[in-house]
Design a protein around this ligand. Structure first.
Ligand code: SF4
Length: 470
């Protein structure tokens, strides 16, 4: 859907490659396919074996890179990043990869996720003399590495990872090596692929498809992988914890053509729609989904109920992001410019409108209004995930609890606020069943914290306002 309107934003996407002469170009393409995970900034750091070179900036991948930039980015190893800037966390200084130069060599870091103990670590490090140039929690990792007292990057990084709490899918590059690591709960996705002899790593497998790479496997929770000219080595920095991959990757964030921890996202969403139809059927003439992320669930709902799926809404693909401003008034305008109801489909009909999730509820209200304006006789809202009642501390900006409609209102109040004829959500059990992780993976846990309030990691006092960073 429209992340910037909905108030549910992924923080970042990470891509890395080792052992290819066109490392920077391939990273650029990889970042293109991860663009949905962050649109505020993009960057690439490349190594040619001798030095690290960087190009990054604010904006979309296409805006940040021009063909001329690549002549200065020659090298065989690279990491790249797309970023969604959270409140107080924007600006060029926070665009990743972060690059640090020192007399003993350079270091670049790209991070997807959010460290829950970043503020207390920062406090501690500042007390020991560290000076931070950005407000990003990722910079903490660099300081920990430099202060670890070990000589080899591998040992420095392992030592640092042991101190980090929260969600991190990390790619770290120096002149001679690429390292990738995933937090012990595996909260964010991270996959490894091959492109000929080269190794590639990406937040989502759609990046592999775009560059013609083949999928090899997932990075395991608590695993540190070292890739260099000798090949790939896997080590562990943490014992096994229960995997708690973010459920919202399946519901909303990831692209439908990606496989997240070996489950196809479109298939999972379709099955969530089927599950929703079993739990919350309704008499209607037509099923429609809010484009793009809810279409798979709408197809599943239609298939299960036998009510025809129709394209009741279309998305205007040519609206620039410049129109989207985080003020109430302009958000209203943003929805109208980005979505249109198809009058010929909904007029005089009882419509089931499938949406994947509700954060503030304002977008749903506007969509219900839009369908009614286009002549819908009834609008039944069905949500293919449970109500979001708790904030996320792991890299998803779900606003704070005060803004979450489900945290503050009953089902009936929400229905009334949206102006819908009926409103139902998928149950937590239905979500688990729909995604089907327990059927396909051995380490099959998933994070459900924004629905249940049961967080898979410790939550520190300074994580209570993860996006109110200074
Ligand atoms: S709290 Fe919700 S959005 Fe955050 S990682 Fe867990 S499931 Fe994902």
């Amino acid at each position: 859907m429209f992340a910037e309107i909905k108030g549910l934003n992924e923080e970042c996407g990470v891509f890395a490659i080792w052992g290819h002469k066109d490392a920077a170009h391939l990273t650029y393409y990889g970042l293109h396919s991860l663009q949905h995970r962050g649109q505020e900034g993009a960057g690439i750091v490349v190594t040619d074996g001798e030095q690290l070179k960087v190009h990054k900036g604010l904006g979309l991948v296409n805006d940040v890179f021009s063909p001329n930039d690549f002549s200065a980015l020659s090298g065989h190893g690279a990491i790249g990043h797309v970023r969604y800037a959270t409140a107080g966390g924007g600006g060029f200084a926070n665009v990743q990869p972060l690059l640090f130069r020192s007399q003993t060599g350079s270091l670049a870091i790209a991070h997807n996720g959010n460290l829950v103990n970043a503020n207390s670590m920062k406090h501690q490090l500042e007390g020991q003399g560290s000076i931070f140039q950005s407000t990003s929690d990722t910079e903490v990792v660099a300081h920990l590495i430099k202060r670890s007292g070990f000589n080899k990057l591998e040992d420095q990084l392992r030592n640092s990872l042991e101190m980090l709490k929260g969600a991190y899918a990390l790619a770290v590059l120096n002149e001679k090596q690429l390292m990738v690591a995933l937090d012990p709960n595996g909260l964010r996705p991270l996959s490894i692929g091959r492109l000929g002899d080269a190794y590639v790593v990406a937040s989502e497998t759609c990046a592999f498809d775009l560059i013609g790479a083949t999928y090899e496997r997932e990075v395991e929770p608590g695993e540190l992988i070292i890739i260099d000219d000798e090949g790939l080595r896997s080590t562990r920095f943490s014992g096994s914890a229960t995997r708690a991959i973010c459920s919202m990757e399946y519901v909303y964030f990831a692209r439908p053509d990606s496989n997240v921890d070996e489950i196809n996202v479109h298939t999972a969403r379709k099955s969530l729609g089927k599950q929703l139809a079993i739990e919350a059927p309704v008499e209607a003439d037509v099923v429609t989904g809010v484009p793009d992320s809810s279409i798979s669930a709408a197809i599943g709902y239609a298939e299960q109920t036998g009510i025809p799926y129709e394209l009741g809404m279309i998305k205007n693909r040519y609206v620039g992001r410049t129109f989207i401003q985080p003020s109430q008034e302009l958000r209203e305008q943003g929805v109208k410019m980005k979505l249109s109801a198809v009058r010929g489909v909904v007029e005089g009909k009882r419509v089931v409108m499938i949406d994947d999730s509700i954060v503030r509820g304002t977008t749903s209200r506007r969509i219900v209004n839009m369908l009614r304006d286009a002549g819908a006789k009834e609008v039944h809202v069905r949500i293919s995930s449970p109500p979001i009642k708790n904030p996320c501390f792991y890299g998803i900006d779900t606003s704070n609890s005060g803004e979450l409609i489900a945290a503050n209102h009953s089902l009936e109040e929400m229905r009334e606020m949206m102006g819908a004829d009926s409103l139902e959500f998928l149950s937590t059990e239905g979500l688990k069943k729909g995604i089907g992780r327990s059927d396909t993976t051995s380490n099959c846990g998933q994070c459900l914290a924004c629905f249940t309030g049961e967080y898979p990691t410790e939550i520190y006092p300074d994580t209570l306002h993860p996006y109110a960073k200074v």
